[in-house]
Design a protein around this ligand. Structure first.
Ligand code: ATP
Ligand code: MG
Length: 342
């Protein structure tokens, strides 16, 4: 339904130019929730803005329902844009307007009559669960509530597509989950296709059925969530899957030393992926090298037919044995980091 075809975009500033998008192509089917993930500066916002031509690409086509948006004149484009909702990280609500009036805005601009506006806004307030807040102003709302208002406003013109630019990045984890749940509801109940961009793998794992990975303006990979996750050769994907270091339990952190010392044991953080499962790892340590260990932390989940994540182990064998096991990990490309000794 949406074809992003060979899109390129270069920004020119004074004497410098910067290629923000380099020959990006992606197809999005009706009813999909597609996530585009990438680091800061990867070109995510630029890409999502080319979909409704807020950013005009230098090359390529944006074909939606058979129409090439890059060929439309500004009036045709304005008309098409009404059917594409957009939400942002910072909500972009008008502070002088109540919740009701913010949601009503696109309808007013479209000269919809008052009775119809009232009916539609009430319906939208219900969808986003804010009936009680209709006459409040944005400043009295929490971040999650503000995003709900922004979502309701984006739905006012009955869009078939919702573009979300880091819609949950300003929210805490619990609120993020509730907003993602709302997006999923909207997708399922109203049949609205969703394209979202994020730098958080958690967001992708929670709602997306298709994923694309963008880095330095290039689309590195695309596919179902399972396909992307099993593409372990891709270093960027690996980084997203194993983002963040594990916190070390306080008691041990207090006495953690950088260098080995008599009486201290190494804390080893090990990546779990298709190459090594938790069971295999523990079997290497305990069955093969006979090293007692303490499992301090595990953050592992089952995705795309394999376990992914990290575990933090303290090896409690003799110094020499512990080193042998770590040597074995390195020889067998089992990613590991010694976080210290305690
Ligand atoms: N209007 C512009 N003029 C010049 N350079 C721009 C412009 N918009 C974006 N860029 C540059 O293009 C690159 C991609 O920017 P973009 O905003 O698409 O990244 P992003 O992936 O959305 O990053 P973030 O996660 O930080 O929002 C950046 O290096 C940015 O500085
Ligand atoms: Mg951005």
């Amino acid at each position: 339904m949406i074809e992003i075809k060979n899109i390129s975009k270069t920004f020119h500033q004074k004497k410098q130019s910067f290629k923000a998008l380099d020959d990006v192509s992606l197809n999005i089917e009706k009813g999909d929730i597609v996530g585009i993930i990438g680091f800061s500066g990867a070109g995510k916002s630029t890409l999502i803005r080319t979909v409704n031509l807020l950013e005009k690409p230098d090359h390529g086509e944006i074909i939606i329902n058979g129409k090439d948006f890059t060929k439309l004149n500004s009036k045709q484009l304005a008309n098409e844009r009404k059917k594409i909702g957009m939400i942002f990280q910072h909500f972009n609500l008008l502070s002088s307007r109540t919740v009701f009036e913010n949601i009503a805005l696109p309808l007013e601009l479209d000269h919809v009559n008052k009775t119809e506006i009232s009916r539609k806004v009430s319906e939208l307030l219900k969808i986003v669960g804010l009936e009680e807040k209709a006459h409040d102003y944005p400043k009295s709302l929490s971040g999650g509530q503000k995003q709900r208002v922004a979502i309701a406003r984006a739905l006012a013109n009955d869009p078939y597509l919702l573009l979300c630019d880091e819609a949950t990045s300003a929210l805490d984890p619990a609120t993020t989950q509730s907003i993602l749940q709302l997006l999923r509801d909207i997708n399922q109940r109203l049949g609205i296709t969703i394209l979202l961009i994020t730098h958080e793998m958690e967001v992708i794992k929670t709602v997306c059925n298709h994923v694309a990975v963008i880095d330095k303006g290039k689309l590195l990979a695309k596919g179902t969530l399972g396909e992307i996750i099993s593409n372990k050769e891709n270093p960027i994907i690996k980084q997203f899957l194993n983002a963040g270091v594990m916190t070390i339990p306080q008691e041990l952190n207090k006495k953690l030393q950088k260098e080995p010392q008599d009486g201290l044991f190494p804390l080893v953080e090990v990546e779990i992926n298709d190459k090594v499962s938790v069971e295999e790892l523990l079997s290497i340590v305990y069955d093969q090298y006979k090293i007692p260990y303490q499992l301090l932390k595990a953050d592992v989940e089952y995705l795309g037919n394999a376990n992914f994540g990290k575990i933090l182990l303290q090896l409690k064998g003799k110094d020499e044995e512990n080193q042998k096991a770590i040597y074995h990990f390195n020889q067998n490309k089992i990613q590991n980091t010694v976080r210290g000794y305690a």
